[in-house]
Design a protein around this ligand. Sequence first.
Ligand code: ATP
Ligand code: MG
Length: 207
Amino acid sequence: MKGLFVTFEGIDGSGKSTQISMLSEDLKKEGIPFILIREPGATPIGEKIRTILLDKANSKMHARTELLLYEAARAQIVEERIRPELEKGTVVICDRFYDSTVAYQGYARGLDLDAIGYLNRWSTDDLKPDITFLFDLPEEVAYQRRNGREGAEDRLEAEGLAFMKKVRDGYLEMAKAEKRIHCICALDEPEKIYEKVRLAVWEVLRR
Ligand SMILES: Nc1ncnc2c1ncn2[C@@H]1O[C@H](COP(=O)(O)OP(=O)(O)OP(=O)(O)O)[C@@H](O)[C@H]1O
Ligand SMILES: [Mg+2]
């Protein structure tokens, strides 16, 4: 039996966590085994790398260092968590995966897209998500939504709106090129967005 690998993408504050919790509730209700993980993280090594990436004290971090840290965390999460669960037939829900690297480090930071594509394939040993949801909305709206939330911003959140616009545009380019990526307007009500998520997930689960 092979599980299902579902990833959630979108700029900061686009509603990924909200939709992931709705999907989790639904899978729980239906008795479908799943795990919920986030990237970078989900393994002891990955969580340590996450701390380095988000630490505001690391303002000197070079863009290539940042890219390689993401890929290092990814190699670990794929082998330690994702592959073993997929082999058991589990639905693996991942909050961000390698499309985030293309959008943030590639389109927004300006690192070479071919190099990122190669590293993404290499770090995952060619494991691809079965379905990817991209929640699209203007960066200003996402920013306002996030301001309603508690807690100080981390190093990556402090980048500003111009950066987030580049991320958004990058994601939209990617969605145009790949059928796997379902682009959903994130301006709708959470329930309306979730209907689309559910439809797409259950369509694949039924296969
Ligand atoms: N469809 C929606 N309409 C209005 N507000 C929403 C919607 N979805 C989520 N929100 C609210 O927007 C804020 C950001 O949502 P959420 O945390 O789910 O986004 P996220 O993509 O996980 O953000 P991050 O990238 O920072 O983890 C939350 O306060 C959430 O309640
Ligand atoms: Mg979130």
